[in-house]
Design a protein around this ligand. Sequence first.
Ligand SMILES: NC(=O)c1ccc[n+]([C@@H]2O[C@H](COP(=O)([O-])OP(=O)(O)OC[C@H]3O[C@@H](n4cnc5c(N)ncnc54)[C@H](O)[C@@H]3O)[C@@H](O)[C@H]2O)c1
Length: 379
Amino acid sequence: MGMIGGGAGAFIGAIHRSAAAMDGDIELVCGSFSSDPQKSKLTGEQLHLAPERVYDDYQQMILKESKLPEDEKMDFVSIVTPNHVHFEPAKLALENGFHVVLDKPMTMSLAQAKELKAIVEKSGKYFCLTHTYTGYPMVKQAREHVRSGKLGVVKKVFVAYPQGWLTFPKELTGDRQAAWRHDPARSGIAGCMGDIGTHAFNMVEYVTGLKLSQICADLNTVVEGRKLDDDGSVLLKFDNGATGVLIASQIMAGEENDFTIKVYGDVGGLEWNHGNPNTLLVKYVDRPEEKWRAGTPYLSGIAKHNIRTPAGHPEGYIEAFANHYRNFTLCVYAQLAGEKPKEEWLDFPGAEDGVRGMAFIENVVASAKSNEKWTTFAL
Ligand SMILES: NC(=O)c1ccc[n+]([C@@H]2O[C@H](COP(=O)([O-])OP(=O)(O)OC[C@H]3O[C@@H](n4cnc5c(N)ncnc54)[C@H](O)[C@@H]3O)[C@@H](O)[C@H]2O)c1
């Protein structure tokens, strides 16, 4: 693996490195960790990389790596830069024969996302978009419950991703993560809805298997002076007639990452919460609630495939990332061996999720500006 971004002081790069290293299938061999070559060099030293594999910029890294012998060069690149540095490095990597792991949101616009999806398809390489939360085993179990009809026909969805870390103007304090998230040139046309609303949207479509058909969005900029939304609510209508509510906020004071999804069918419902990720509650009209737990023998094959420890040993955020890395890597290894990947290995978010995520952002922003009640979810 090579990495673009994730230098000193960055947030998600170090999480990706831990997750990638978890199963012993991935070794970090090179990187361009910062737009500043000196900072990139320092990170390379801290990570004990060979100095000649730490590059001044990502263009140099991709081109030089592509010329190395097959058994030496990186097989894939992990891109963990702010949103405005997603499309170009991903395109360059795919066009030079590398598989790509990219953090969300996919690009800066829907048009760019569609272009990148076409490049992925033409390249024949694997592409993983790290919507972390669908990597949790009990989220996979939730999807199995919906798929198997345990809840009946899905009628109602509630999804909320509340955070409180941007309740005050942190971007004015020199906080790097807050700064780029509120700069439209680096974040895109949405703030909170692009940052965490896309996770909520991806989760809903993954667990329910439904597709969004109409939305009614309300976006707010609660903290004065911000150019992008820091809070929002969206009413949802799905292709089967089900309805729902999506809340994403970064100004809900005191909230951490209290991501919750609830899905209700005409027979029963389910509830998963990020604060207690190894538990999945299943609810019924006519009998007591069930508490399904990670690491137990009664789970579905797909949930078991994404678990590493026996019940009661907590698996969390880094393991959820690691599940995406492991499934992606199993596919890459299969391709290297000329074999077909198993169905459960293909269960990681990809280019189609990225395109739909960018469509979500653009439709939500359009709906919030519109005087019409309902906006058709356009792709
Ligand atoms: N999946 C998740 O749960 C999750 C969580 C947080 C962030 N993210 C996403 O990850 C990405 C990064 O977010 P973050 O909070 O880690 O940002 P960050 O600002 O902490 O880190 C970004 C890193 O990219 C580097 N960088 C910027 N331009 C570069 C370039 N041209 N070449 C090489 N390196 C460059 C910066 O120096 C920094 O090291 C964003 O797209 C964000 O949406 C995803």
